[in-house]
Design a protein around this ligand. Structure first.
Ligand code: PLP
Ligand code: ZN
Length: 464
């Protein structure tokens, strides 16, 4: 008898299955990506999503306290005693009329899913707890990732808090923000800085992990994506189990959008939701591979056989011109998204769209999110900037209900924020102007006064 939980090639024509314990995260037959797959008939699945609400009354159970594991029946790959949780997923969905007005939605229709509240400050913890639990179940002693910063922060914190594994992180040189680097260093990760960018680091970490038998926690790891499905469960839970019209998410390596698609495909299959939301993935204009391939070249999932020749020739052109990803939204500064096929599947099932937004649009949207009361890093605000575009285009209507995912906390990357609000044109030019940002649309300038009581009082009266 086969197991009820296993890994399976995402391409239905191949469909090769691999055991739950396998850690190569690649189809042995066609080298495609793998899914964590479930034979739901043999697993205890709740009859209604409402059953999850009961877990709120049992918050002393650490699995019920976790915003990921209280949904464990929907990601049932780990035995409870294997699960490592540090209280991730305690995040909220907040309505924001200020931001709704900015993007052109009717008041009451925009919700911001604030993943900055996670232990390491980004949504990555949702996935890390899942991958980490799998790593533990296979007896891993070392875990590695390439990172623009948030994956490495998440891995570092799980390793440090549980003392079960050594974190080994690969970062591109000069590419990581201080907020994120400080987390890796403080939490004791072995930090390998490569002369190259994220795309280089990801290729290297895969080679090294294979050669040294180190457990890989990049989002090519399908267990990570299982944890990230729960972001969608929490959104619909906060909406009293009503599915919104749209989910909007920034796209980097495309793990999140892939996980969101899988979450809804499964919920629909299980009869736990009656419809699936549309999915909008937002690229930064300086790292817009997915936008180009999906919107311009019309690359599609095509029942599991995307035209990989289109992808290959796109990558060849990129390599020939040595075109490197370049955006202030460093968390999505990625030109070779590893989860591309899974993302195509997600957009296929969710009637998805992809848009690109430039750094100017991202920083202005971020300032609006901030003045509305939530602090996020630049990449997160791509979702809001992209939504604004989709409303302008008439793809999203003002009456649609939309949830934007704010992927990480403001303090992850305060550099661009301070420069944006700076009154000093030199600081602005140095940090932002050089990268194509012309002006701060919504600046909040610090007021300079001499150390003199009258001057200070005068400044307060004038400016408040
Ligand atoms: C990782 C990350 C992203 C990109 O998510 P993908 O799953 O790689 O598409 C976006 N925003 C932030 C803040 C991130 O850390
Ligand atoms: Zn395969």
């Amino acid at each position: 008898m086969t197991e009820a939980v296993f890994q399976r090639c995402i391409h239905p024509q191949c469909g090769t299955t691999v055991s739950l314990e396998d850690t190569s995260f690649q189809c042995p037959k066609c080298t495609g990506l793998l899914d964590v797959a479930y034979d739901w008939d043999r697993l205890p699945v709740p009859k209604s999503l409402k059953e999850f609400e009961k877990k709120w009354s049992n918050r002393t159970n650490k699995l019920d306290f976790s915003g990921v594991w209280r949904f464990r029946e929907l990601l049932p790959f780990a035995r409870p005693e294997q699960i490592m949780t540090i209280g991730e997923g305690q995040t909220i969905l907040l309505p924001s009329d200020q931001v709704a007005t900015y993007v052109g939605l009717n008041p009451g229709n925009l919700f911001l899913q604030y993943e900055g509240m996670n232990p390491s400050g980004s949504f990555k913890d949702n996935g890390m707890t899942a991958a980490f639990s799998h790593a533990r179940s296979v007896g891993a002693r070392r875990a590695a990732c390439a990172s623009t910063g948030n994956t490495s922060a998440a891995l570092s914190i799980y390793c440090a808090a549980t003392d079960l594994m050594r974190a080994i992180i690969f970062i591109g040189s000069g590419k990581i923000s201080y907020g994120k680097l400080s987390q890796a260093l403080e939490h004791g990760a072995l930090t390998i800085q490569i002369a190259g960018d994220f795309d280089d680091a990801l290729q290297r970490v895969q080679q090294v992990s294979r050669q040294l038998g180190i457990y890989l926690v990049n989002s090519i790891n399908p267990f990570r994506l299982e944890g990230q499905k729960t972001i969608m469960y929490r959104i619909i839970e906060a909406l009293n189990w009503e599915v919104p019209d749209w989910i909007v998410v920034p796209g980097g390596n495309l793990g999140n959008c892939s996980a969101f698609g899988k979450a809804f495909i499964e919920l629909k299959e299980l009869g736990l939701v009656d419809r699936i939301p549309r999915l909008a993935v937002i690229n930064a204009a300086g790292a817009h591979t997915f936008y180009e391939l999906y919107e311009k070249q019309k690359l599609r999932w095509n029942n599991g056989s995307p035209d990989f020749k289109v992808v290959d020739s796109y990558m060849k052109v990129m390599d020939a011109g040595n075109l490197r990803a370049n955006t202030l939204a460093s968390a999505i500064e990625i030109n070779r998204p590893v989860n591309l096929p899974k993302a195509l599947r997600a957009l296929d099932r969710c009637s998805g769209v992809v848009r690109e937004v430039n750094d100017q649009e991202i920083l202005d949207a971020k300032a609006k999110v901030g003045s509305g009361g939530l602090g996020c890093e630049p990449a997160s605000a791509a979702s809001v900037a992209g939504l604004k575009k989709l409303v302008q285009e008439g793809i999203v209507s003002p009456g649609d209900r939309v949830a934007c995912v704010l992927t990480a906390h403001l303090l992850k990357d305060p550099d661009a924020t301070v420069a944006y609000h700076s009154a000093d044109p030199k600081t602005f030019e140095e940090k932002l102007g050089k990268r194509g940002v012309r002006r701060a649309g919504f600046p909040n300038r610090a007021v300079q006064v001499s150390n003199d009581l009258d001057e200070i009082i005068k400044a307060i009266e004038v400016y408040s």
